[in-house]
Design a protein. Structure first.
Length: 123
């Protein structure tokens, strides 16, 4: 998953802006599974990645393994440096709940301008 954009052009996840009436942004996940996601940030500022319903474990930040300090629902994804994107690897257990789960940049102006999507958790 790649976070990109700025105040002039808007904000994107995987090159697309979120629209509530579009299902094209749905990321599928299966209930009672664990997924490992790599989130990259091509922008010149940090983007705090936030997910609803399912907390996650941070595995690494910019390639540096992270100690387990508990599960969380938000992690700052470091900005790009000299053209090299910042990167966070997380593990998310999709337990119990099925349906749509939102995730987005936790900066309101970025979320409001397209840096948001959802996971469709299915049986």
């Amino acid at each position: 998953m790649t976070l990109s954009g700025d105040d002039s052009e808007g904000f994107f996840i995987n090159g697309r802006q979120f629209r509530m009436d579009s299902s094209v942004f749905s990321t599928p996940a299966k209930v009672n599974t664990i997924e490992e996601w790599t989130i990259t940030n091509e922008a010149g500022e940090d983007h705090p990645f936030h997910i609803h319903t399912n907390s996650f474990q941070v595995m690494s930040i910019n390639g540096v393994p992270q100690p387990f300090v508990g599960r969380q629902d938000t992690i700052p994804v470091p900005h790009a440096v000299n053209g090299v994107p910042g990167k966070v690897v997380i593990r998310i257990p999709f337990s119990d709940f099925t349906g749509k789960v939102m995730f987005h940049c936790h900066i309101a102006a970025h979320e409001d301008n397209g840096m948001m999507s959802y996971i469709n958790v299915v049986d």
